[in-house]
Design a protein around this ligand. Structure first.
Ligand code: NAD
Length: 252
């Protein structure tokens, strides 16, 4: 059997209890990694970790609010004590609430920025020193196609995902001299629990969105996980500060 693409590596995936994060965790484990998934959803997180690694040797769930710096310190400590190192950080946790500039409240805007932007900042700030010290590591930040263009009704979310894309590029240049890579992923429409917010927006909204996807269908989380695997593995050794799009042609 050939070598798996993440043999010997350890990954930390935020928001990994369900959706894309859980799919990434599964693929990473299949490719030889040991994975810590974190989330605020404790029941889902524990169930996912048990499903991915019944004996607990390859997957661990930790309670974690990405907006909380003390939580990040605890997650770093517990991950290192369980698995010894962190090779890949996937900043995946995020929320989406629909709203235009006319109806987005300050509270909604601040909550979105707190989770989607501060959470990614704290993740990089917490884990980068460890990676810099080892002169190795890959950080994968999950942005969105809404971080590539203007999307009506996505005021707060779009602002947050543009910020993720911008931070990714700056930090990539800061950490490149230390052999640490940082890239962003820009998914289009992916079938996860987050998509239910489209259904909540009204009948036919989801269908109307689907009609605008050139490939004609919504992606499964595995489509994004395969890109995260590429970026987490040494296959992408020469890519840093770049945006990787997986959107069925949407932004073309
Ligand atoms: N689904 C899509 O179409 C789509 C498209 C583009 C980008 N994205 C992005 O992909 C990422 C994953 O989303 P998903 O579609 O799997 O949605 P999801 O809602 O299924 O997963 C997001 C996870 O993040 C967790 N989370 C939320 N707040 C948190 C916090 N404060 N601390 C820790 N965890 C927290 C949630 O509990 C959830 O498990 C998000 O960053 C999202 O913005 C999704």
């Amino acid at each position: 059997m050939g070598k798996s693409r993440l043999d010997g590596k350890v990954a930390l995936i935020t928001g990994g209890a369900r959706g894309m994060g859980a799919s990434e965790a599964q693929l990473f484990i299949d490719e030889g990694a040991r994975v810590v998934i974190t989330d605020i959803l404790d029941e889902d997180g524990k169930k996912t970790a048990e499903r991915l690694s019944p004996d607990g040797s390859r997957c661990l769930f930790l309670h974690h609010d990405v907006t909380n710096e003390a939580d990040w310190d605890a997650v770093l400590k517990e991950t290192l004590s369980a698995f010894g190192q962190i090779d890949v950080l996937v900043n995946n946790a995020g929320i989406f609430e629909r709203g235009t500039v006319l109806d987005t409240t300050l509270a909604m805007f601040e909550k979105t920025m707190d989770i989607n932007v501060t959470g990614v900042f704290l993740g990089m700030k917490t884990v980068a020193p460890h990676m810099v010290q080892r002169k190795s590591g890959s950080i994968v930040n999950i942005s969105s196609v809404a971080g590539l263009n203007g999307t009506p009704g996505f005021l707060a979310y779009g602002a947050s995902k543009w910020a993720v894309r911008g931070m990714t590029k700056g930090v990539a240049k800061e950490l490149a001299p230390f052999g640490v890579r940082v890239n962003s992923i820009h998914p289009g429409i992916i079938d996860t629990p987050m998509l239910q917010t489209f259904e909540a927006a009204g009948e036919g909204v989801r269908e109307a969105v689907r009609m605008r996807i050139p490939l004609g269908y919504e992606a499964e989380p595995i489509h994004v996980a395969r890109l995260a695997l590429y970026l987490g593995s040494d296959d992408s050794a020469y890519s840093t500060g770049s945006e990787f799009i997986v959107d069925g042609g949407w932004s073309a």
